[in-house]
Design a protein around this ligand. Sequence first.
Ligand SMILES: [Mg+2]
Length: 206
Amino acid sequence: MSRQLERRIAKLATTKTAGRIGYKRWNQLVNRATVADSVDELSSDEVSIIKQAEQELLAKSVNIYLDIDGVLLDSKKNKPAIGLNFFLKTLNKLMLEGNEVYWLTTHCNGDASTAVKYLAPYIDKRLSKIIIENINPTSWTVKTQGIDFTKPFLWFDDKPLGWADAKTMKDHDAEASLVTVDLNKKPLALVGLAFRLKRMTKRPKL
Ligand SMILES: [Mg+2]
Protein backbone atom coordinates (compact mmCIF):
# COMPACT_ATOMS: atom_id res chain seq x y z
CA MET A 1 0.00 0.00 0.00
CA SER A 2 1.29 3.43 -0.91
CA ARG A 3 0.66 6.02 1.78
CA GLN A 4 1.49 8.74 -0.72
CA LEU A 5 -1.11 7.53 -3.22
CA GLU A 6 -3.67 7.17 -0.46
CA ARG A 7 -3.10 10.77 0.66
CA ARG A 8 -3.21 11.99 -2.92
CA ILE A 9 -6.60 10.38 -3.48
CA ALA A 10 -8.10 11.30 -0.09
CA LYS A 11 -7.85 14.96 -1.08
CA LEU A 12 -10.02 14.35 -4.13
CA ALA A 13 -13.06 12.81 -2.44
CA THR A 14 -15.05 16.06 -2.40
CA THR A 15 -14.38 17.06 -6.02
CA LYS A 16 -17.12 17.25 -8.62
CA THR A 17 -15.20 14.68 -10.62
CA ALA A 18 -15.53 12.17 -7.80
CA GLY A 19 -19.24 13.03 -7.49
CA ARG A 20 -19.82 12.67 -11.19
CA ILE A 21 -18.50 9.13 -11.46
CA GLY A 22 -20.66 8.11 -8.51
CA TYR A 23 -20.01 6.90 -5.01
CA LYS A 24 -19.68 3.23 -5.96
CA ARG A 25 -17.13 3.74 -8.70
CA TRP A 26 -15.15 6.23 -6.64
CA ASN A 27 -15.04 3.76 -3.78
CA GLN A 28 -13.75 1.07 -6.12
CA LEU A 29 -11.02 3.43 -7.22
CA VAL A 30 -10.09 4.24 -3.62
CA ASN A 31 -10.00 0.55 -2.74
CA ARG A 32 -7.75 -0.25 -5.68
CA ALA A 33 -5.50 2.66 -4.82
CA THR A 34 -5.26 1.45 -1.23
CA VAL A 35 -3.73 -1.86 -2.29
CA ALA A 36 -1.66 -0.48 -5.18
CA ASP A 37 2.02 0.27 -4.66
CA SER A 38 1.98 3.15 -7.08
CA VAL A 39 -0.25 4.94 -9.56
CA ASP A 40 1.20 2.74 -12.33
CA GLU A 41 -0.89 -0.16 -11.05
CA LEU A 42 -4.14 1.66 -11.77
CA SER A 43 -5.94 1.54 -15.11
CA SER A 44 -5.54 4.42 -17.55
CA ASP A 45 -9.20 5.29 -16.93
CA GLU A 46 -8.59 5.55 -13.21
CA VAL A 47 -5.47 7.63 -13.69
CA SER A 48 -7.33 10.04 -15.93
CA ILE A 49 -10.09 10.41 -13.33
CA ILE A 50 -7.48 11.20 -10.68
CA LYS A 51 -5.78 13.74 -12.92
CA GLN A 52 -9.07 15.39 -13.78
CA ALA A 53 -10.01 15.70 -10.12
CA GLU A 54 -6.58 17.14 -9.33
CA GLN A 55 -6.96 19.73 -12.07
CA GLU A 56 -10.31 20.71 -10.62
CA LEU A 57 -8.80 21.09 -7.19
CA LEU A 58 -5.89 23.11 -8.50
CA ALA A 59 -8.26 25.59 -10.07
CA LYS A 60 -10.12 26.09 -6.82
CA SER A 61 -7.49 25.80 -4.15
CA VAL A 62 -6.21 28.75 -2.21
CA ASN A 63 -3.11 29.11 -0.06
CA ILE A 64 -3.65 30.50 3.41
CA TYR A 65 -0.89 32.35 5.29
CA LEU A 66 -1.21 32.70 9.03
CA ASP A 67 0.30 35.08 11.53
CA ILE A 68 0.11 33.98 15.19
CA ASP A 69 0.51 36.95 17.55
CA GLY A 70 -2.51 39.20 17.32
CA VAL A 71 -4.37 36.76 15.07
CA LEU A 72 -4.52 33.30 16.69
CA LEU A 73 -3.41 34.67 20.03
CA ASP A 74 -4.57 37.82 21.71
CA SER A 75 -1.07 38.98 22.58
CA LYS A 76 -2.19 41.75 24.93
CA LYS A 77 -4.21 39.37 27.06
CA ASN A 78 -1.77 36.52 26.56
CA LYS A 79 -4.48 34.03 25.69
CA PRO A 80 -5.96 32.34 22.61
CA ALA A 81 -8.29 34.40 20.44
CA ILE A 82 -11.99 33.62 20.88
CA GLY A 83 -12.98 30.81 18.49
CA LEU A 84 -9.44 29.55 17.90
CA ASN A 85 -10.41 25.87 17.95
CA PHE A 86 -13.33 26.45 15.60
CA PHE A 87 -11.05 28.40 13.26
CA LEU A 88 -8.43 25.62 13.27
CA LYS A 89 -11.05 22.96 12.56
CA THR A 90 -12.29 24.99 9.61
CA LEU A 91 -8.73 25.28 8.34
CA ASN A 92 -8.38 21.53 8.69
CA LYS A 93 -11.39 21.01 6.45
CA LEU A 94 -9.83 23.28 3.85
CA MET A 95 -6.55 21.38 4.08
CA LEU A 96 -8.35 18.08 3.57
CA GLU A 97 -9.86 19.55 0.42
CA GLY A 98 -6.45 20.28 -1.04
CA ASN A 99 -5.76 23.83 0.13
CA GLU A 100 -2.43 24.55 1.75
CA VAL A 101 -1.93 26.52 4.96
CA TYR A 102 1.39 28.18 5.84
CA TRP A 103 2.85 29.89 8.88
CA LEU A 104 3.77 33.49 8.18
CA THR A 105 4.90 34.51 11.63
CA THR A 106 8.09 35.47 13.46
CA HIS A 107 7.69 32.14 15.27
CA CYS A 108 8.54 30.21 12.11
CA ASN A 109 11.43 30.63 9.76
CA GLY A 110 11.87 27.52 7.68
CA ASP A 111 10.86 25.15 10.46
CA ALA A 112 7.19 24.68 11.37
CA SER A 113 7.94 22.99 14.71
CA THR A 114 8.90 26.30 16.35
CA ALA A 115 5.43 27.72 15.57
CA VAL A 116 3.72 24.52 16.74
CA LYS A 117 5.67 24.56 19.99
CA TYR A 118 4.83 28.21 20.60
CA LEU A 119 1.13 27.76 19.97
CA ALA A 120 0.62 24.35 21.60
CA PRO A 121 0.19 25.55 25.21
CA TYR A 122 -2.74 27.71 24.16
CA ILE A 123 -4.58 24.88 22.48
CA ASP A 124 -6.32 22.39 24.68
CA LYS A 125 -7.75 19.97 22.18
CA ARG A 126 -5.70 17.11 20.78
CA LEU A 127 -7.36 17.56 17.39
CA SER A 128 -6.20 21.14 17.16
CA LYS A 129 -2.63 20.10 17.90
CA ILE A 130 -2.78 17.67 15.00
CA ILE A 131 -4.13 20.44 12.79
CA ILE A 132 -1.35 22.92 13.62
CA GLU A 133 1.21 20.20 12.92
CA ASN A 134 -0.10 20.01 9.34
CA ILE A 135 0.59 23.68 8.64
CA ASN A 136 3.60 24.30 6.38
CA PRO A 137 6.63 26.46 7.20
CA THR A 138 7.83 29.49 5.24
CA SER A 139 11.18 31.26 5.05
CA TRP A 140 11.39 35.03 4.77
CA THR A 141 13.11 38.23 5.78
CA VAL A 142 10.12 40.36 4.88
CA LYS A 143 6.88 38.42 5.06
CA THR A 144 5.87 38.68 1.40
CA GLN A 145 8.97 36.60 0.53
CA GLY A 146 7.11 33.69 2.09
CA ILE A 147 4.11 34.08 -0.23
CA ASP A 148 3.65 32.21 -3.52
CA PHE A 149 2.13 34.89 -5.74
CA THR A 150 1.44 32.45 -8.57
CA LYS A 151 -1.47 30.96 -6.57
CA PRO A 152 -4.61 32.56 -5.12
CA PHE A 153 -4.09 33.23 -1.42
CA LEU A 154 -5.40 34.80 1.76
CA TRP A 155 -3.00 36.33 4.28
CA PHE A 156 -4.18 36.84 7.87
CA ASP A 157 -2.12 39.30 9.88
CA ASP A 158 -2.65 41.92 12.59
CA LYS A 159 0.18 44.29 11.72
CA PRO A 160 1.12 43.64 8.13
CA LEU A 161 3.00 45.65 5.62
CA GLY A 162 6.24 47.36 6.11
CA TRP A 163 7.23 49.40 3.09
CA ALA A 164 8.72 46.45 1.16
CA ASP A 165 5.70 44.19 1.77
CA ALA A 166 3.25 46.90 0.77
CA LYS A 167 5.10 47.45 -2.49
CA THR A 168 5.28 43.73 -3.28
CA MET A 169 1.54 43.26 -2.62
CA LYS A 170 0.79 46.23 -4.87
CA ASP A 171 3.14 45.02 -7.62
CA HIS A 172 1.32 41.68 -7.66
CA ASP A 173 -2.06 43.36 -7.52
CA ALA A 174 -2.72 41.19 -4.45
CA GLU A 175 -3.91 43.75 -1.91
CA ALA A 176 -7.36 42.14 -1.73
CA SER A 177 -5.74 38.93 -0.45
CA LEU A 178 -4.67 40.57 2.78
CA VAL A 179 -7.04 40.18 5.71
CA THR A 180 -6.09 42.50 8.58
CA VAL A 181 -7.18 41.14 11.94
CA ASP A 182 -7.67 43.51 14.89
CA LEU A 183 -8.62 41.56 18.00
CA ASN A 184 -8.76 44.76 20.08
CA LYS A 185 -11.51 46.20 17.96
CA LYS A 186 -13.10 42.87 17.04
CA PRO A 187 -12.48 40.19 19.66
CA LEU A 188 -14.67 37.77 17.68
CA ALA A 189 -12.76 38.31 14.42
CA LEU A 190 -11.60 34.69 14.20
CA VAL A 191 -15.16 33.38 14.43
CA GLY A 192 -16.22 35.60 11.53
CA LEU A 193 -13.22 34.53 9.48
CA ALA A 194 -13.95 30.87 10.17
CA PHE A 195 -17.44 31.35 8.75
CA ARG A 196 -15.98 33.10 5.74
CA LEU A 197 -13.61 30.17 5.19
CA LYS A 198 -16.43 27.69 5.78
CA ARG A 199 -18.34 29.21 2.87
CA MET A 200 -15.29 28.54 0.72
CA THR A 201 -15.44 24.88 1.62
CA LYS A 202 -19.06 24.53 0.58
CA ARG A 203 -19.44 22.84 -2.74
CA PRO A 204 -22.46 23.28 -5.01
CA LYS A 205 -24.79 20.27 -5.04
CA LEU A 206 -23.87 17.74 -7.71
MG1 LIG B 1 1.26 39.57 14.47
